[in-house]
Write a protein that binds this ligand. Structure first.
Ligand SMILES: [Zn+2]
Length: 581
């Protein structure tokens, strides 16, 4: 099995449904497990305009360059700079699919491109996050090079492969096979299979439909090349999908498809296609690990663990001198202080200089994420020495007009005796260029929508703890939404809060976050036993970093098992305390 990746093929979007690092996370994991040799991963070049024009109408391609075109395809506000980045990234991904197809024919084996699968794109229009139909473009390129044999497109993304089907509707040399929830288009094709299974589908029904229909098709059609769109938006935990396919079901599906192709010696290109939310990469990683390894399943780490280990790997190359400014400059801040008798160097937490933090954020790829949101020149500003801690700000521009991150932090020995923590008095992450929409309404405490980088920010702070030998990160969540986002990885400082917060979360389970926040913070929950309304109060939460603190939490005694509270929803009382935005 070979891999082809698209450099610069990933871009962070202002709304968080698409994980910008899905492909790289998958590849990182396979490399760390020793299943893929990084030196043997091929890096593709972006698709040429000529390749795009073999499939797409010129009018459409020219129109994509106009402001707003990509926004319409994605159904969200992006801004000019982000639109340009999205276009470049998609073009890079098309290039990888084209190259993977060429390699599959050369080697006769399986080639994986951890990306691609833009199956909704048609000749003349974009749809559903798909701008260019990479599979159709790869096929057109192979045809141009003289490959005339039959090709199968096996599309097991949750959604209908309508774009690909429409492009090959009149071409009997390409069979488009799609199992999906609902049809996007009723039109068939000269060679096509469309199986719509509806919503709520589980493993058994899905695998049965696949086993009953794919082998006979392969026997009859006898393709000499296959594209496999291994979409994982079929997963039960997908943020967008409506099916209930288990992790094991996805592994079984992928093994079955590649097994059937392998048995018939059909070279194959595997593409990731859909998969939404931060956990989606793990399904693809698990499945590919199984395929690479053959026998054993290897469970990928959680998304946080993967990010912490990635950041720690990158941070090993940063020296204390670089971070603290004790570098090779002719005169250090300390020298100047001695010479001029100036005030002590103003450092963040007594250690980091602004330049040191900028260097770290650059090396960690944090600034690359910020840039992909359209903020081209991020800078760090420090304001240490305040009564409640040192302030660190990240602006998106050199003029410091667009505030993205504001953090007030101090070292703390009181919150948890025996441990020293990095205590965050205040943490703001916002995207001043994004706007609130019906799907992303304003949440309590927000002036602008979030930056979507909470996980990366917390991981960078884990490195601060590593460097300064602090045991963990403490934060007071002033609102329900950050607390609920963090609870899977953080502990509540006061164990007595645990059953109460768990009951609050249970009472609003299944509701969209804005609705849940409104109920929790505006008195919309009542205690089932007492009839008293639940009153929200900020929660102190801890993320353990040191082994010692992790062990302490693991051993912490549970509070005596009294009756756990239960909350019921009611409509908020008008005039109940409204949190100040
Ligand atoms: Zn999909």
């Amino acid at each position: 099995m070979e891999f082809v990746v698209a450099p610069h093929g990933w871009v962070r979007l202002p709304a968080g449904l698409l994980d910008p690092w899905r492909g790289p996370r998958v590849l990182d994991f396979l490399e760390q497990e020793g299943l893929v040799d990084p030196r043997r991963v091929r890096r593709s070049t972006p698709a040429r305009g000529l390749d795009l024009a073999r499939v797409h109408d010129l009018d459409y391609l020219e129109g994509l360059e106009l402001p707003g075109a990509t926004e319409r395809a994605f159904g969200m506000r992006l801004g000019d700079q982000v639109e340009q980045r999205v276009l470049r990234a998609h073009r890079a991904q098309v290039g990888a699919t084209v190259q993977a197809a060429g390699r599959a024919l050369e080697t006769g084996g399986v080639v994986v491109h951890p990306g691609g699968g833009f199956h909704h794109a048609r000749r003349d229009r974009a749809a559903g996050f798909c701008l260019f139909n990479d599979v159709a473009i790869a096929v057109a390129r192979l045809r141009d090079l003289g490959f005339t044999d039959r090709i199968a497109v096996i599309d097991l993304d949750l959604h209908d492969g309508d774009g690909t089907r429409s492009i090959f509707a009149a071409d009997p040399s390409v069979h488009t096979y799609s199992i999906h929830n609902r049809p996007w288009d009723d039109a068939g094709g000269a060679e096509s299979t469309s199986i719509a299974l509806g919503s709520g589908v589980g493993d058994e029904r899905y695998l049965e439909a696949l086993r009953a229909t794919l082998p006979p098709l392969l026997d009859r059609f006898r393709p000499r090349l296959a594209f496999f769109l291994a979409g994982v938006d079929v997963a039960e935990d997908d943020d967008l999908g409506d099916w209930r396919i288990t992790a094991g079901g996805i592994v079984a599906r992928d093994a079955f498809v590649l097994g059937e192709l392998g048995a018939r010696r059909v070279p194959a290109v595997v593409l990731l296609a859909g998969g939404y939310g931060e956990e989606a990469w793990r399904h693809a990683a698990r499945s590919l690990a199984r395929l690479c390894h053959g026998r054993h399943a290897i469970e990928p780490p959680s998304t946080s663990e993967a990010l912490v280990s990635r950041f720690r790997g990158l941070a090993r190359e940063l020296s204390a001198a670089e971070l603290g400014g004790y570098g090779d400059e002719l005169l250090t801040a300390e020298d100047l202080e001695e010479i001029l008798g100036a005030a002590p160097a103003r450092r963040f937490l007594g250690f980091y200089t602004g330049g040191g933090i900028e260097l770290a954020l650059e090396r960690l790829g944090y600034f690359a994420d910020v840039r992909s949101l359209g903020f081209d020149s991020p800078v760090v500003e420090l304001d240490p020495g305040g009564p409640e801690g040192d302030i660190l700000r990240v602006f998106g521009d050199g003029e410091r007009r667009e505030l993205l991150v504001e953090l007030r932090a101090r070292r703390d020995r009181r919150a948890l005796p025996g441990f020293e923590l990095l205590w965050l008095e205040w943490l703001l992450l916002q995207n001043p260029r994004a706007s609130f929409t019906a799907e992303r309404p304003r949440l309590p405490g927000q002036t602008f929508p979030g930056l979507g980088m909470l996980r990366e920010t917390m991981t960078a702070l884990v490195l601060v703890c590593d460097r300064l030998k602090l045991d963990g990160i403490g934060i007071t969540a002033a609102h329900y939404h950050p607390a609920s986002q963090s609870i899977a990885e953080m502990h509540l400082l006061d164990p007595a809060d645990e059953p109460v917060f768990a009951a609050v979360c249970a009472a609003v389970r299944g509701l969209p976050i804005p609705e849940a926040s409104r109920l929790v913070e505006l008195g919309g929950l009542v205690d089932e036993a007492t009839g008293e309304p639940y009153r929200w109060r900020p929660l102190s939460m801890l993320y353990p970093v040191s082994e010692r603190l992790r062990a302490w939490f693991a051993a912490r005694e549970r509070p005596a098992a009294g009756p756990a509270p239960r909350f019921l929803r009611r409509e908020p009382v008008p005039g109940a305390a409204v949190p100040v935005p």
